[in-house]
Structure formats: structure tokens, C-alpha cells
Design a protein around this ligand. Structure first.
Ligand SMILES: [Zn+2]
Length: 469
């Protein structure tokens, strides 16, 4: 808790390298810096594990109401969106609250129009499927473009970007996020009478780019072949600084292991830190990591991902039993792509915005019970920093592919008070990271990874979590 180097490292990444979308020069700069930082810290086997990433370019973009009056809209195009024709698209608006309402709206009411979604805020799962699959579903019914309310509970006239996922065999239309305020304005205007919107986006794809995962480790003293892996994603959106998402995640993992190393602690198993690439718009890094392991994936005794922001930690999440998807965007993407939009919405609502599933311990197998008790014991070590709770769901989308192969899935859990206020916006900057909370995250990750790497016995894993698409 006395460490200040972790925050200084994060400050360098955010202030001097900044945002780092897949395909950008700043991502490449971040990868070299990450490799150099691990080497300087004295980590072993430091390398960049190659992964090809998509290269989406935002370009210039704008949207405005043109009737019944003229007014610019606050917007950010969605990642992976196609652009508009050079002259833009001007079309009447139809307001549709959510995917269930879309399914019930006849095609002739949607054809030729710009669909505006505002499902309200009922957690990130429900909000984000309107962003990921809403554009395709609306296009399938004849929409020419889609505007979606930003996936956030905070109205501060700030648009939140994020990826969309074009569904196979459906037309691709341009899509953008608008602010909560503008979505509500369009909803009110559409109730009064005809509304027209103009949308212009230069968004396009360029050739895939060579990038990779930054990997480094401290080798185990007795079982170097057995690995506890921890990390997050080094890429970010092309807005803000990627401080909470996910600079804080990767640097807290790095610093945790850096401290273990500096303290001269030598755990029996290897502790490996990975800065995965391309979580935001593809998941190429998580897949490349899994593919490179082959059969050796069975030597991974635990995978810890920090990708929920570095607010004050409250404890450890561990997916202790099968039956439900782990949290994370991969699971969300998979459920969101389901053929039945109503079912997808229900699945998302059940996942909630970080809501915890209740655990019925009587349903655990003896093996699961033992693992769960181990996690509770490890969590109890974190009582001095108030992070001693254990919760039955933990994971992340970068570790999705190895978790799908049976590796135990964990993540730190935080209070999660403001993460989705800043997520994927210009406001995701270093100042949002509280240094004291950040140190607590480092402490949690240090204790958790060290104990998992040094203890007798192993946790059980579950193969039920959704793999990255
Ligand atoms: Zn993230």
C-alpha cells in the first residue's frame, strides 16, 4: 500500500501514449513500451506474442436534427461501423425503445428511416446489445442508419462509443451512439411529429495490422510449467486515454507482479502477466493466446482478468460453478447475437450491470466447495483493505478462450459506482483513477496471484463460460 510506482507507470501510459485503438500507431507504441517496461522490471521470457488485429478508422463524423428545426447532435460513431455516402444520409426518424419493440414494428414503418433506440439504463448487458446487434436487426427491417442511446446511466451530454457486431447475412448500415439527452430529445420530438436527421460518417476498415499480446513472467521455483496468468487489455477506444478501460487493469496486474518480484518472493508456480490486444473490437489477442498454448492450456491453474475498472475493490470474483456465463463482453456478444431478440434481452437483463448471482453452496460438488472455501480464505487476507468478499462470478473476455478450455476464471470486484459513467468516452482519463483505490487493486491482485501460485492444490475450473466469438 506504500507503492507509488504503479500509478506513475499508469500515468505514463495514459498521458504519454494515450488512447490506443487496434490498428493505430499509438497501440504499437504501447506494445513496445509494455515490452520494455516488463524487461526493465526484470520479468523473464518477455515477448510480444503476435496477433493480427482489425484496423477500423473513425474519420470525420457528424449528426444533426434537420427538421422540425436544426440542431447538432452529440455523437460518436460505433466501432466497426461502415460510413455513410460522402454526402451523408438524411432521413426521417423512427423512435423504437428496444429490440423487443423492434421485433413488433412492421417493416413498412422502418424502411428508409433512421432508427433511434433508447432502451433506458438497466445495466450494461441490456444497454450494450442494442449497440452491438441493434444496427443489424434494424437494417434487416429496412433501416438506413441507426442511432443508439449511449450505454450508461449518467446523462452528462457525453456519447459513449463501443463496438457493433454486424450479424451475418444482414445489410450493414452506419450506426452511432448519441447522448442520453439527445436520445430523449429525439424521443420527445418523434412523439410530436415528423423528425429528420442528417448523419455523415467517414468510418471505414483498412487492412488488418500486425500487433500482439505483451507477455512476461516470474518463473515458478518448483513448478515453472504451471501458470497463474493475470492481465487485461492494452487496446482501448480512440477516445479518452483508456485509463479505466483498461489501462488501470493492465498496470495493476503488472505492478502486483512487479512488487512480488521486488520483494524477492518466489512462488512455486509461474506468475505471468499478459496485456492482451484487441479486446474492444475483435478479441484477437485472447484467441491468439489460447491458440499458442495448445495442449499446454491444462497447465494454467488460474486466469485473472481485471477489466471492470480500478475503483475501490470489494473482493474476489471466481466462477465457482457452471450454468451461467461469466461476466464480460464476450458473453454479452454471444448472447446478444442470439436469433431471438426477446430471449437475448432477457439473458442480458439476467446478467445485469454487475449484479451478483446468489450462490447456493449446497449445490456445490465437494471439489467446488473446497475451491470456494479457498477463495474465501484468500479473500479474508484482504480484510485490511476492505476487499474480503468472495463472489461466485469472475472473468473477462480476454481469458474467455482459456476459461472455455477449463481454466479457473477470476477477477477483482470493485464497488463499480462510476465505471459506466466514463466507459468508452473522452472522459476515460487518468484523473478518474484514485491512487488509493488503485493501490488496493494492486494489493488484491498481488495477494491473489501469489497465493494461487504458491498454495498446495488447485482451484477447479468450469467450461461453461462463453468463448470469445
Ligand atoms: Zn475493457
Amino acid at each position: 500500500m506504500k507503492d507509488t510506482e504503479g500509478y506513475e507507470t499508469l500515468a505514463y501510459l495514459t498521458d504519454h501514449i494515450g488512447k490506443r485503438l487496434s490498428g493505430s500507431d499509438s497501440l504499437l507504441k504501447a506494445l513496445s513500451w509494455g515490452e520494455e517496461t516488463m524487461k526493465k522490471a526484470g520479468f523473464q521470457n518477455v515477448s510480444i506474442q503476435e496477433a493480427k488485429v482489425p484496423h477500423w478508422v473513425r474519420g470525420q463524423e457528424e449528426a444533426s436534427i434537420v427538421a422540425p428545426f436544426s440542431k447538432p447532435l452529440h455523437m460518436l460513431g460505433l466501432g466497426m461501423s461502415v460510413g455513410t455516402p460522402t454526402e451523408g444520409i438524411t432521413a426521417p426518424v423512427i423512435f423504437i425503445p428496444d429490440l423487443a419493440a423492434l421485433a413488433n414494428t412492421p417493416e413498412d414503418q422502418i424502411k428508409g428511416k433512421i432508427v433511434v433506440f433508447n432502451p433506458g439504463w438497466h445495466g450494461y448487458g441490456l444497454g450494450s446489445i442494442h449497440r452491438t446487434t441493434g444496427p443489424s436487426r434494424a437494417a434487416a427491417k429496412g433501416a438506413v442508419a441507426v442511432l443508439v442511446r449511449s450505454a450508461t446511466g449518467l446523462a452528462m451530454q457525453t456519447p459513449h462509443t463501443g463496438t457493433l457486431t454486424y450479424l451475418p447475412d444482414m445489410p450493414k448500415v452506419p450506426a452511432a451512439a448519441i447522448t442520453v439527452e439527445d436520445a430523449l430529445l429525439l424521443e420527445r420530438l418523434a412523439k410530436e411529429g415528423p423528425v429528420q436527421v442528417h448523419l455523415k460518417m467517414e468510418a471505414h476498415m483498412e487492412a488488418d495490422q500486425k500487433a500482439g499480446n505483451v507477455v512476461g513472467e516470474i518463473p515458478g521455483s518448483e513448478h515453472p510449467e504451471q501458470v497463474v496468468v493475470l492481465g487485461g487489455h492494452i487496446d482501448s477506444w480512440d477516445v479518452g486515454q483508456g485509463a479505466m478501460d483498461d489501462g488501470g487493469g493492465i498496470i495493476s496486474c503488472f505492478e502486483a507482479v512487479n512488487l512480488i518480484h521486488k520483494l524477492g518472493l518466489k512462488p512455486k508456480r509461474t506468475i505471468r502477466v499478459v496485456f492482451w490486444v484487441n479486446e474492444e473490437n475483435g478479441g484477437a489477442g485472447g484467441r491468439a493466446y489460447r491458440d499458442a498454448l495448445g495442449d499446454k492450456v491444462k497447465n494454467h491453474v488460474a486466469a485473472i482478468e481485471s477489466d471492470g475498472g480500478v475503483e475501490r475493490p470489494v473482493g474476489i470474483g471466481y466462477t465457482v460453478m457452471g450454468g451461467g456465463p461469466a461476466s464480460g463482453s464476450a458473453a454479452r456478444r454471444q448472447a446478444g447475437a442470439s436469433a431471438n431478440p426477446a430471449a437475448a434481452m432477457a439473458a442480458m437483463a439476467a446478467m445485469g450491470g454487475g449484479a451478483q448471482r446468489a450462490l447456493d453452496e449446497s449445490k456445490l460438488t465437494p471439489e467446488e466447495k473446497k475451491s470456494w472455501d479457498t477463495i474465501k480464505q484468500i479473500a479474508s487476507l484482504l480484510q485490511p483493505i476492505g476487499a474480503d468478499s468472495a463472489s461466485p462470478a469472475g472473468g473477462g473476455s480476454d481469458i474467455g478462450p482459456i476459461v472455455a478450455a477449463g481454466v479457473p476464471s477470476l477477477s477483482p470486484r470493485t464497488v463499480g459506482e462510476h465505471y459506466f459513467d466514463w466507459h468508452h468516452t473522452e472522459a476515460d482519463t487518468l484523473d478518474k483513477v484514485d491512487p488509493e483505490d488503485f493501490r488496493k487493486n494492486i494489493a488484491l491482485l498481488g495477494v491473489l496471484s501469489y497465493v494461487l501460485a504458491d498454495m498446495d492444490g488447485q482451484l477447479v475450473g468450469h467450461t461453461s463460460a462463453a468463448p470469445v466469438e
